[in-house]
Design a protein around this ligand. Structure first.
Ligand code: FES
Ligand code: FE2
Length: 359
């Protein structure tokens, strides 16, 4: 049944400008984090990404630029160069490259050869990250609007970022959100009753999360439990974290997610989950978290500390599992509670190279 569905599913994959070396990473088309914004300053930085090497730098308007690491002339590493007048100068023979990858000049006013250019990947910057579009020269949709300052939500405490290298695939990290059973089993989420899992159709997702530019680019889901007692027992009690209904609302694009946590319909915190595909079985997990600010009093600050603690601890609990699990994206034996995860896998695979057989 699975293989039939897969063949029928529409493929969104645009292999045209997929960087070399990505064939075995099972990467979906979409937006990936290159690095933290704060990590990209004035000098060019080498970045390992998509199983290849790149140089990241900032143009005159501070916009992030991402190009293959090696100079198209004789292959020097451009990360050893410098930015001059908004162009990246190679350290070896001082050819200069514009942000679009064209060669602007050679020393002594010699004319650049017509072929002197290097591909520049589509990038953008938001939520404290530099992002790159993977799977074609033109993004099929803009980077989805920020979850961190989402309209309709209360103001938040300053966003905090978690950045953790993991020895697993992109899909293993992203599908984790769609695995409600492990929230209880691994993370000790203190809920009672079994989760109601709901995958939203396009219309329902639009009602919850707003419009999305490309239909089929977003999968919405809601996971709800009938009782929640907070992760930290008495502390949660004191912070008023206990609730009758605990809800996770997930807006997932193939390569990133916005996740919102509600207790009794009160927003507690929300986050951006994104990944950097470094190489085979090497992926950096990025989480940017905004805890809602309800007044800022003592109890509210305690609530911030509890949520910050629980998100940080949960990320640390997943990592040793990720680091040691079976390699690859192949499935195992499923039980009923795994169906949202299977739905996510199908959704993710529709945005990958159809020649690959992962399920
Ligand atoms: S190798 Fe870069 S200019 Fe020659
Ligand atoms: Fe987890």
């Amino acid at each position: 049944v699975l293989s039939v569905r897969r063949r029928e599913a529409r493929s969104f994959y645009r292999p045209a400008a997929a960087p070399a070396g990505t064939g075995d990473l099972n990467l979906a088309t979409g937006w990936y984090v290159v690095l933290r914004s704060a990590a990209l300053r004035r000098s060019p930085a080498r970045v390992d990404l998509f199983g290849a090497s790149y140089v990241a730098w900032r143009a005159a308007d501070r916009a992030p630029v991402l190009m293959p690491l090696h100079c198209p002339h004789m292959g020097a590493a451009l990360s050893g160069g410098r930015v001059v007048d908004g162009s990246l100068e190679c350290p070896f023979h001082r050819w200069r490259f514009r942000p679009d990858g064209s060669c602007r000049s050679l020393p002594d006013d010699r004319r650049p050869p017509a072929a002197a250019r290097t591909p520049s990947l589509p990038t953008t910057e938001r939520d404290g990250y530099v992002w790159v579009w993977h799977g074609g020269d033109q993004p099929l949709y803009p980077l989805p609007g920020t979850a961190l300052g989402a309209p309709g939500l209360p103001p938040t405490y300053p966003v905090f970022h978690l950045e953790d290298p993991a020895g697993t695939t992109v899909r293993r990290i992203l599908e984790n959100t769609f695995d409600p059973d492990h929230l209880v089993a691994l993370h000790g989420l203190n809920v009672r009753g079994s989760p109601e899992s709901e995958i939203l159709d396009a219309e329902a997702a639009e009602a919850v999360f707003g419009a999305t530019p490309v239909s089929g680019s977003r999968m919405g889901a809601i996971f709800a439990w009938p009782s929640y007692a907070g992760w930290l027992g008495r502390v949660s009690d004191a912070a008023g974290l206990n609730a009758d209904r605990f809800e996770l609302r997930v807006a997932a694009w193939p390569t990133l997610q916005h996740v919102y946590y509600f207790a009794d319909d009160v927003p507690h915190y929300h986050l951006v989950l994104a990944v950097t595909p470094v190489a085979e079985e090497r992926t950096v997990q990025h989480i940017a978290v905004a805890v809602s600010r309800h007044g800022g009093g003592l109890t509210d600050r305690l609530r911030y500390a509890v949520h910050r603690g629980e998100v940080t601890v949960a990320a640390r609990q997943d990592l040793p599992i990720f680091d040691t699990m079976r390699r690859g994206d192949q499935h195992g034996i499923y039980v009923a509670g795994d169906w949202p995860l299977r739905e996510f896998r199908r959704f993710y695979q529709r945005w990958t190279d159809p020649a690959q057989q992962h399920a």
